[in-house]
Design a protein around this ligand. Structure first.
Ligand SMILES: [Fe+2]
Length: 265
């Protein structure tokens, strides 16, 4: 089956017109190539049952367990991200981050499918870290080439998780800490791998140097010029490469429910 790929502005994200139920093996490579080029891809109007969604995801990578949320009953590998009708405070995932960067083996891709979404109910902002890396001056690129970042699940974004755990009375889940190179390679290009919600320090720098460099890079990587704002609809699937985009949920009210799968490459 032929797929039609239409990049968004500045090649940050792309829309793929395609019926996932008719997928062929060659399409998987086309989707991965689009992810390498554009960081995230979306598929509209995909009415997939959980088993069909898992089957599709399984072809893109190895389904990974997510330690912070429960699996959907009878469908291991799908976690439910839900905001209830009367939930207050921040949305889950509000604040710039890349998923699970506090794990020593980070997920390559995240898939998110809108199951209950009302009209105009929240966007996800994506910022291209291919673009942000390429826009750095050579001096900064040289400086950060071999630096290692420290990533924590107790970083600034954890507040949304902690609120959720408190509301549900599930108790505090375990915190995770990991170290990663802050420059990664995706395809033939380099990316800036930092997660403002999780990166708490740069190794082997003084506390002040680390703080200043992180502030500068966080500010740089979230500039408007690297961003695309994506609007959700029911039955939309978005897949992103956690190594080449960072993302942030935006505020909204009312019930919204998504099915999420994370994958190793
Ligand atoms: Fe996220």
């Amino acid at each position: 089956m032929n797929i039609k790929i239409e990049p968004f502005k500045n090649n940050i994200g792309a829309s793929i017109s395609f019926n996932i139920k008719l997928i062929e093996p060659k399409n998987i490579n086309q989707i991965k190539e689009a992810l390498n080029n554009y960081g995230f891809v979306c598929f509209r109007d995909q009415n997939l049952e959980p088993a069909e969604y898992l089957k599709f995801a399984n072809q893109l990578g190895k389904i990974k367990e997510y330690p912070m949320l429960k699996d959907l009953e009878n469908h291991k590998g799908i976690t439910v991200v839900e905001r209830k009708e009367n939930d207050k405070g921040k949305s889950y995932g509000e604040g710039w981050h890349t998923d699970s960067s506090y794990l020593s083996k980070t997920p390559k891709y995240t898939c998110l499918m809108g199951k209950v979404v009302k009209k105009d109910q929240g966007q996800t902002l994506f910022a291209s870290q291919l673009a942000s890396y390429e826009a750095l001056d050579q001096k900064t690129k040289d400086k950060i080439e071999s630096l290692i970042g420290v990533f924590s699940s107790a970083g600034p974004i954890s507040i949304t998780r902690l609120e959720r755990e408190a509301e549900r009375g599930t108790g505090k889940s375990k915190d995770f800490l990991a170290e990663h190179s802050i420059v990664k390679k995706v395809g033939s290009r380099k990316t800036l791998y930092l997660s403002p919600g999780h990166t708490i320090a740069i190794k082997n720098l003084s506390e002040e140097e680390s703080k200043n460099l992180l502030n500068f890079l966080f500010n740089h990587q979230t500039k408007k010029e690297f961003q695309t704002s994506f609007s959700w609809e029911k039955n939309t699937i978005v897949i992103w490469d956690n190594h080449s985009v960072i993302h942030s949920a935006t505020p909204f009210q009312g019930r919204r429910l998504m099915h999420r799968i994370i994958l190793d490459a």
